[in-house]
Write a protein that binds this ligand. Structure first.
Ligand code: HEC
Length: 184
């Protein structure tokens, strides 16, 4: 009788541990990013760099590309980074995120928390469609920075997807998380 009770108590304790551990691991920013849910079938091939360098309206690009297939063709390109920095200020991103990307009223772009994930694909869609629309496309907040407001859509305010990529190339340079946390 006591042995049975002991087992039941152990099972309960284990359940409590699992229930306790789960929300913490789900919020762990260092865990590898969970890829966005795909339809049935194999993951689509990423677009080629040549294709990605053909200018297109940002929303057109977001709509034509399957989730997870967008990749920044300008990462680490010094000329593009300089242009991206100008665009960042030209489009008033700094009004919310601050001049060094370090956050103002809005999430900092420098730290290791990426609200919807850190991939090029996610950042491109977030900037182009805004966070309300992004969520309608099946993306959800993985991290939170105590900000409840949405990120406005810039797909109509930025002429070309090339410019969105250049801005992202600049944002990558202000990331202060160190090379081991760089997954792009
Ligand atoms: C009106 C304020 C506002 C402006 C202007 C704005 N953003 Fe944002 N941005 C936000 C908010 C709020 C979030 C967080 C959204 C959420 O949690 O759903 C965000 C999130 C982001 C993120 C994700 C940050 C992270 O840590 O995951 C990036 C990248 C970003 N914005 C880039 C830009 C760029 C580039 C521009 C200019 C083209 C811009 N933002 C203009 C408010 C703004």
């Amino acid at each position: 009788m006591y042995r049975l009770l002991g087992k039941a108590a152990a099972a309960l304790a284990l359940g409590a541990v699992i229930a306790y551990v789960h929300p913490i691991s789900a919020a762990d920013q260092n865990a590898p990013p969970v890829p966005p849910k795909q339809a049935e079938g194999p993951a689509p091939e990423p677009l080629s760099m040549d294709e990605l360098k053909k200018p297109m309206k940002p929303l057109e690009r977001a709509n034509m590309a399957a989730k997870g297939t967008l990749k920044n063709p300008y990462t680490d390109n010094p000329e593009a980074i300089a242009q991206g920095k100008k665009l960042y200020f030209g489009k008033s991103c700094n009004g919310c995120h601050g001049g060094g990307g370090g956050g103002g009223m809005c999430p900092p772009l420098t730290n290791t928390v990426w609200v919807y994930g850190d991939t090029d694909d996610t950042l491109f869609r977030l900037i182009s469609m805004g966070s309300d629309e992004l969520k309608k496309h099946g993306y959800s907040r993985k991290g939170t920075e105590g900000v409840v407001g949405p990120m406005p859509p810039f797909g109509e305010l930025i002429d070309s997807d090339q410019d969105v990529w250049k801005i992202i190339a600049w944002i990558r340079t202000v990331f202060a998380g160190g090379p081991e946390r760089r997954h792009w």
